[in-house]
Ligand binder design. Sequence first.
Ligand SMILES: CC(C)(COP(=O)(O)OP(=O)(O)OC[C@H]1O[C@@H](n2cnc3c(N)ncnc32)[C@H](O)[C@@H]1OP(=O)(O)O)[C@@H](O)C(=O)NCCC(=O)NCCS
Length: 143
Amino acid sequence: MPADVSVCREVTDEVVHAFGVLIPQLSRSNPAPTRAELEALVSSVASTLFVARVDGRIAGSLTLAMFRIPTGVRAWIEDVVVDEAARGHGVGEALNRAALDHARANGAITVDLTSRPSREAANRLYKRMGFEQRDTNVYRYTL
Ligand SMILES: CC(C)(COP(=O)(O)OP(=O)(O)OC[C@H]1O[C@@H](n2cnc3c(N)ncnc32)[C@H](O)[C@@H]1OP(=O)(O)O)[C@@H](O)C(=O)NCCC(=O)NCCS
């Protein structure tokens, strides 16, 4: 199942539909993005939306956020999800590889992500790809 990963630059009906299918497989608490939200994401300079296609159809997605801070250009990987029917065939790895390549090419010195321990497949994938667990506390302030 070779995956073709590309940067999503245009929000078509197919893209809106795909996120309606994918986001519920990632989060129960956050609704799928609207067309307007996807357009804001695709046109954002800080965020890069990747989609993975299998047999021409969108089977997964990942968003890379990049920003400059005093210690350099940093990047975060967020909202990684692969459609249940396409899992276990390297689509998630292909998405992460594309994001790491893009971050490297654009000057990022680190790429961070978080993943709950209960997300066994995700944690296994990230470790296999070379992400290392950091000794830090992760905090969130909910607005
Ligand atoms: C995490 C996710 C993106 C991986 O996508 P994928 O296309 O299946 O990824 P890959 O095929 O590249 O690799 C998956 C790895 O997880 C393993 N895996 C699959 N199901 C698993 C399970 N239930 N428990 C443990 N490992 C599992 C696979 O064996 C593979 O590891 P291996 O190659 O070392 O054997 C996908 O499972 C998913 O969308 N999960 C739900 C959303 C999610 O958890 N997103 C991550 C947020 S941090």
